[in-house]
Design a protein around this ligand. Structure first.
Ligand code: PEP
Length: 251
């Protein structure tokens, strides 16, 4: 199965409107190869400006988060209806910073994910183990719990739209990348799990991204592994030069 690669940039809580607009413009000017997808998740304040820049490009606009209710008394939250209205087609769900800094549970993640799907946003479900969990040989258990917990109620008919991002917590923003073998081992495990949860041909369509200190100098090797279908990039997505190089992996 040939899965279309996805390179996703997560700008987190960085950049003013003017900075975000300039960075989006520079990334688009770098050219987007026709055989892959690219996505940018700016901060909410810059979404309208970035959306304008992306309008005539193939780059998808995404949110870094999504609420589950359409509207209501949820101070500080953002609704999937609002995100669609703002031009988003994808949403990062359950990022480790949401889980570990803001205490989001698998149940929250599941509500956010099903809310996103209900409104036609492609959810990028982030899962990953901490260093302590890896050292205690709990990696596969933790990932299985997060994957199954995040996908409760997601039917086979919707599962092919999903994107999963494996992001070991110990590799995010630390400069430590999981080795290509570690990444491939986990992605193959996740694919097998998805085959058990959904039909085999659906599991084979679901893109599994790797995230955790992806840089211009490691992207080619990571992207040449069989079950690595893209990258979720934080730090290196904040500079045009490095993100453009990552977009052009293996070229
Ligand atoms: C992330 O934010 O999802 C991420 C992987 O960050 P970084 O690339 O900086 O490790």
């Amino acid at each position: 199965m040939n899965r279309r690669p996805l390179i996703a940039g997560n700008w987190k809580m960085h950049l003013t409107i003017a900075e975000a607009e300039a960075l989006a413009r520079a990334i688009v000017s770098g050219g987007i190869p026709a055989d892959r997808d690219v996505m940018l998740a700016p901060p909410y304040t810059a979404m309208a400006a970035v959306n304008k820049v992306l309008q005539d490009s193939p780059v998808f606009l995404a949110s870094q988060h999504s609420g589950w209710e359409d509207k209501g008394a949820f101070t500080g939250e953002i609704s999937p209806v609002m995100l669609k209205d703002a031009g988003c087609s994808m949403a990062i769900i359950g990022h480790s910073e949401r889980r570990h800094i803001f205490g989001e549970s698998d149940q929250h993640v599941n509500q956010r994910l099903t809310g996103a799907l209900r409104h036609g946003l492609v959810p990028i479900l982030c899962i990953g183990e901490t260093l302590e969990e890896r050292e205690a040989n709990q990696t596969f258990n933790v990932l299985e719990t997060q994957l199954r917990g995040g996908l409760i109620g997601v039917a086979s008919s919707e599962a092919d739209k999903l994107v999963i991002a494996y992001e070991p917590v110990w590799a995010i923003g630390t400069g430590k990348t999981a080795s290509e073998d570690q990444v491939q081992e986990v992605h193959a495990f996740l694919r097998t799990l998805l085959e058990k949860m959904y039909e085999k041909d659906i599991a084979s369509q679901i893109r599994i991204l790797y995230g955790g200190s992806v840089k211009p100098d490691n992207v080619d090797a990571l992207m040449s592994r069989e079950d690595v279908d893209g990258a979720l990039v934080g730090g290196a997505a904040l500079q045009a030069e490095s993100f453009i190089r990552i977009i052009h992996f293996n070229q």
